[in-house]
Design a protein. Structure first.
Length: 381
């Protein structure tokens, strides 16, 4: 017999599995205590036997989840993720996952424990936040499997919460006109106008340099981003290969940025210097980067004066995409402009807009097809 189960207490079961033989011929055994029903123990026994059959069994190690988190963050995450992602993972682990699960040894971590954590977390946090916790934990435990600490990822056996999407906020053409009218003359007008004309992210806009604009080909190259970390603004390369892209400009934006550049050149001459290709397009008067928080705060004030509610700077990106879709642009073109990983992701994000376009498409079809003619029908003999 390769394994067996015996009851240790009212809700406690001990699993014994034979994992092979030592050089002297003595059997090697793996013991594990499962708390809960006998069915839980039987499922765990099947998992262990399957891992032995597939040669993926890993001897249990006395490592806590807290130790694993620390190793994963210092190794894999630090070398493979952006600084912003590192900070996000670190914060989520420290404030949520570690206090509840950190003390558990990997060999004792069972799917019901994780499922229970999700249930408790959903009482205080949104389902979207808890789903983010699940993704972090799953990635971390996947690393543990690769390192041989675990034979199988327990997160594969739990059901994470389904994230409920908040209604997307897009500005109507009239709201865009009102917003730009109110922002006219404000120092943040240039970046607002460019945002709604290109769909670029805030960090991408704040990282743009004059060398990134090609007026001849009417395009903008996204080569760097600006984020604020620990109170300091830092430049970084775009997070993915899709984010590093070339975005076309409208004729109006091309003309506007040309005029804006001439104004900046005059300002630089007044200050006794020349405008350089590496100078930021959108900056403070002295050429220093605009603080992302300052931009968001001032944008909120402009929205309030314009009478536009429940909108953020990032919604200018959604507005760009929705206006493009409603004007008949193909999803692939919009996906490339936004820097999405796939057209499928773009269509998923903006599915509600695409669905709303069906009536317009039918109206176009109605204008092409001739009306039906019942007079052409004849009875069959």
């Amino acid at each position: 017999m390769r394994g067996n189960i015996r009851q240790r207490g009212k809700n406690s079961w001990q699993i014994q599995v034979y994992t092979g033989k030592e050089p002297g011929g003595k059997h090697k055994r793996h013991f594990e205590t499962i708390r809960g029903t006998k069915g839980n123990a039987q499922r765990r026994l099947r998992e262990l036997l399957t891992s032995l059959d597939q040669a993926i069994y890993a001897p249990p190690v006395k490592t806590t989840l807290a130790t694993l988190f620390k190793e994963w963050l210092a190794g894999y995450v630090k070398t493979n993720c952006s600084i912003r992602t590192q900070e996000s993972y670190q914060s989520t682990i420290e404030h949520h996952l570690l206090p509840v699960l950190g003390h558990i040894q990997l060999k004792d971590l069972q799917p019901p424990m994780i499922q229970a954590y999700y249930g408790r977390a959903c009482e205080k946090l949104s389902s979207k936040s808890v789903l983010y916790h699940h993704r972090i934990l799953k990635h971390c435990l996947k690393y543990a499997v690769r390192q041989g600490y675990l034979g199988r990822n327990p997160c594969d056996l739990v059901d994470p919460p389904k994230a409920r999407q908040n209604p997307m906020r897009t500005l109507t053409p009239d709201e865009v006109k009102t917003l730009l009218g109110v922002a006219s003359g404000n120092q943040f007008y240039p970046i607002i106008y460019t945002a709604v004309s290109t769909g670029l992210r805030q960090a991408e806009l704040l990282g743009l340099r004059w060398r990134d604009v090609d007026f001849d080909s009417r395009s903008i190259s996204v080569c760097q981003t600006l984020y604020k970390r620990c109170g300091v603004c830092e430049f970084h390369e775009p997070k993915t290969s899709h984010s590093k892209r070339c975005v076309s400009m409208t004729a109006k934006l091309t003309g506007y940025l040309g005029e804006y550049k001439a104004e900046r050149e005059s300002l630089c001459l007044h200050l006794g210097r020349l405008l350089k290709p590496d100078d930021l397009i959108f900056s403070n008067g002295d050429g220093t980067p605009i603080d992302p928080g300052v931009l968001s705060h001032n944008f909120a004030r402009i929205l309030k004066r314009a009478g536009i509610e429940s909108a953020r700077f990032h919604d200018l990106r959604h507005t760009f995409a929705s206006l493009m879709l409603l004007r008949g642009a193909k999803p692939k073109v919009i996906s490339e402009a936004l820097g999405h990983a796939s057209v499928g992701f773009t269509m998923e994000v903006y599915a509600h807009i695409i669905a709303g376009m069906q009536s317009e498409a039918m109206a176009l079809l109605d204008g092409v097809l001739p009306p039906g003619n019942n007079g052409n029908l004849t009875a069959e003999n």
